[in-house]
Design a binder for this molecule. Structure first.
Ligand code: SF4
Length: 212
C-alpha cells in the first residue's frame, strides 16, 4: 500500500494533470445540486446535464418539486437509468425539505443522510460542492483509482476508501482531491482502458491488469 506521503503526491500530480477539476453537474441552487447528484447514481454527469434544464425549469425549487406528480418528474428524466425510483426520491426528498427545512437543503451530514435518496456519497458532494465544507465523496472513479494505485487494498469498502483519503490528506485538500480523483478516473485511469503507458503515476501504481 502507498504511504500517506505518496497518496498526497498522487493527488498533487492529478492536480497538475487536471488543474480545472471541478463538479461537472449543472445547477443553479443547492437544491438543484442535490437533485442532480441524486440523479447521477449509476449514470454519467453528461446524461444528467441533458435532462436537468427542462426538469429544473418545471420544478426549480423544493416547493414546486414537492407538488409535482411522480409521473411528470419521471417523464423529464426518462432518458437516464433508474428513472422511476429517482423520480420518487426527488419528490419525497422535496416534500421532506419543505416540511422540515422550509425548502432549504441542510448543511449537516446527518440531516442530509436522512433525506430520501441521499446516502453518504450524495451527502458528501452536497456538503463539499454546495456548502464548501471539506468532504470526500467516494464514487466509482474515486474507488477504482484508489484501489488501482494502492491507496487501499482491493477489497476495501467505500467507507474505508473515504477514511483512508481523509487520514492521508490535509482537510484543506479533501474537496479538491475528490474532484481530481474523479477527473483522473474519468479521463485517464478509465475503467476499461487506462492510459498506463503515459501515466505519470505508473512508478507508484500497484495495478496488475492480469489479476484485476
Ligand atoms: S498506471 Fe494505469 S492503472 Fe495505474 S494509475 Fe496510471 S493509468 Fe491508472
Amino acid at each position: 500500500m502507498l504511504s500517506d506521503k505518496e497518496i498526497c503526491y498522487c493527488i498533487e500530480v492529478m492536480g497538475e494533470m487536471y488543474p480545472d477539476a471541478k463538479c461537472e453537474l449543472e445547477y443553479a441552487s443547492t437544491f438543484q445540486l442535490l437533485c442532480a447528484v441524486i440523479l447521477s447514481a449509476q449514470t454519467t454527469d453528461k446524461a444528467v446535464n441533458k435532462v436537468t434544464p427542462a426538469l429544473f425549469k418545471a420544478y426549480p425549487n423544493a416547493q414546486s418539486m414537492a407538488e409535482g406528480s411522480i409521473a411528470s418528474i419521471e417523464n423529464f428524466i426518462k432518458k437516464i437509468g433508474l428513472n422511476r425510483n429517482k423520480a420518487k426520491f426527488l419528490k419525497k426528498c422535496a416534500i421532506h425539505l419543505v416540511e422540515l427545512y422550509q425548502g432549504e437543503v441542510p448543511s449537516n451530514e446527518k440531516l442530509l443522510k436522512k433525506l430520501p435518496g441521499v446516502g453518504q456519497k450524495t451527502a458528501n458532494v452536497v456538503l463539499s460542492v454546495g456548502f464548501g465544507i471539506p468532504a470526500i465523496a467516494v464514487d466509482t472513479h474515486v474507488e477504482r483509482v484508489s484501489k488501482r494505485l494502492g491507496f487501499v487494498p482491493k477489497d476495501a469498502t467505500v467507507s474505508q476508501v473515504e477514511n483512508k483519503l481523509k487520514e492521508a490528506l490535509p482537510r484543506s485538500l479533501w474537496s479538491i482531491a475528490h474532484h481530481r480523483l474523479i477527473f483522473f478516473g474519468r479521463y485517464h485511469c478509465t475503467a476499461r482502458s487506462p492510459y498506463c503507458g503515459s501515466c505519470p503515476l505508473k512508478p507508484l501504481c500497484q495495478y496488475d491488469r492480469k489479476n484485476s
